[in-house]
Design a protein around this ligand. Structure first.
Ligand SMILES: NC(=O)c1ccc[n+]([C@@H]2O[C@H](COP(=O)([O-])OP(=O)(O)OC[C@H]3O[C@@H](n4cnc5c(N)ncnc54)[C@H](O)[C@@H]3O)[C@@H](O)[C@H]2O)c1
Length: 307
C-alpha cells in the first residue's frame, strides 16, 4: 500500500484546481478530485497522471461525498457555482454552495481529517467601508453566492467547536490567469478590453475609471492553497490578494501595452460609483507565510501575450 497522503479535492478540475493539483503532486500527495465536471476537462485531468483519481460526482449528495472522502487526510473544498449563476438561479446556488458546503464539512469532521481548506471569497465583504480590507471588517454579502461563502465560514467554525475540525478559509480577491473562463464575473473586463484592443478599438471606460480591483494571479492563489493545507495556524478566514488596487483606467493601459496597440481609452463621462478593492494581507503573511510573487503588470502582459 502507498504511504502517500491523499488530498480530497472538490472542484479540483476547475480553473484554480488545475493550478493547485500539480503543486500537490510536487509535494508528494495523491489527489482525489471530486467534481461533477460541469466546468472541468476530463483529458486535462487524465494528463495529470496516476496519482490523481477523478470521482465524477456531485457535492449535493452527502452520502457520495462521505463515501468518497474515506482514507483522505486533507480536504480542499472548491466546488461551487459562480456569482452570475447564483443570481440567475438562487435555488441551484443554495443546493450546491450551501448544502454542498455542509456535506463536505460534515464528512470532513466525521472522518477526522487533519485540515480542510475552504475556497471563500472577498465578495463576503460587499462594498468595503475602508481600504485595505481586513478580515475583521464588517461583512455584507449581497448575492446567494456571497451569502453561502460567508455561511460556509460560520459552518466551519461550528464544526471546529463541535468536532475539532481544523480549517482555513481563503478569501480570494480577483483571480486571473491561464485557463480562466472568459465569462468570469469580476475579471470578464479583461477579455472585453483585450478583444476591443485587438480589433483596433479603444477600451471604453465609464466615468474616470477609478473603480479598482485587487487582481491576483492564479499561480499565487494556488500557492496560498498549498500553504493553507500545511500551515501551523488555523480556524480563521484569510484574505488572499496582492494588497494593490488596480484601477480600470490602469488596467486598460496595461492591456494596451500587452497587445502593443496604438489606441487610447475613451472615457464615457458620467457619474459612476467607484467601488474599490484591496486586500490587507497581513494575516496571510503571518498565518501562512504567504507573499504574492507575480506583479499585476507582468502577470497580465504574460497572460495576454501567451494567448
Ligand atoms: N476564480 C475566482 O476569481 C474566484 C474568486 C473567489 C473565490 N473563488 C472560489 O474558488 C473556488 C474555485 O473557483 P474556480 O475559479 O476554480 O471555479 P471553477 O468554476 O473553474 O471550478 C469549480 C469546479 O467545481 C465543479 N463543480 C461545480 N458544481 C459542482 C457540484 N455540484 N459538485 C461537484 N463539483 C462541482 C466544476 O465542475 C468545476 O470544475 C470556488 O469555490 C470559487 O467560488 C474563485
Amino acid at each position: 500500500m502507498s504511504s502517500k497522503e491523499t488530498v480530497f479535492f472538490t472542484g479540483g478540475a476547475g480553473f484554480i484546481g488545475m493550478h493547485v493539483v500539480p503543486m500537490l503532486l510536487e509535494k508528494d500527495y495523491k489527489v482525489r478530485i471530486f467534481d461533477n465536471m460541469f466546468r472541468g476537462d476530463r483529458e486535462a485531468v487524465a494528463a495529470l497522471g496516476d496519482d490523481v483519481e477523478l470521482i465524477d460526482q456531485d457535492v449535493r449528495y452527502g452520502g457520495a461525498v462521505h463515501a468518497a472522502m474515506k482514507g483522505c487526510s486533507k480536504v480542499i473544498h472548491a466546488a461551487a457555482v459562480s456569482i452570475n449563476k447564483s443570481q440567475a438561479d438562487p435555488y441551484e446556488s443554495m443546493d450546491i454552495n450551501m448544502i454542498g458546503n455542509h456535506n463536505v464539512f460534515a464528512a470532513a469532521a466525521d472522518h477526522g481529517v487533519d485540515r480542510l481548506v475552504y475556497c471563500s471569497s472577498a465578495s463576503v465583504y460587499g462594498d468595503p467601508e475602508r481600504l485595505p480590507m481586513h478580515e475583521d471588517d464588517r461583512l455584507s454579502p449581497q448575492t446567494p453566492y456571497c451569502i453561502s461563502k460567508r455561511a460556509g465560514e460560520d459552518l466551519l467554525d461550528f464544526y471546529h467547536r463541535r468536532s475539532g475540525l481544523s480549517w482555513v478559509g481563503l478569501r480570494f480577491f480577483n483571480v486571473y490567469g491561464p485557463g480562466q473562463k472568459t465569462t468570469a464575473y469580476y475579471t470578464s473586463v479583461i477579455n472585453h478590453f483585450v478583444n476591443r484592443i485587438k480589433n483596433g478599438e479603444p477600451p471604453v471606460i465609464d466615468g474616470k475609471g477609478e473603480q479598482s480591483m485587487d487582481f491576483i494571479h492564479v499561480h499565487d492563489i494556488a500557492r496560498s492553497v498549498v500553504l493553507a493545507l500545511e500551515s501551523e495556524q488555523d480556524n480563521k478566514p484569510v484574505n488572499i490578494g496582492t494588497g494593490i488596487d488596480t484601477t480600470i483606467a490602469e488596467l486598460a493601459d496595461i492591456l494596451i501595452e500587452a497587445v502593443n496597440a496604438d489606441v487610447t481609452p475613451i472615457f464615457n463621462e458620467r457619474d459612476v460609483i467607484a467601488s474599490r478593492r484591496a486586500a490587507d494581507i497581513t494575516r496571510a503573511k503571518e498565518m501562512l507565510g504567504f507573499e504574492p510573487t507575480i506583479e499585476v503588470r507582468k502577470g497580465m502582459i504574460d497572460l495576454i501575450r501567451a494567448q
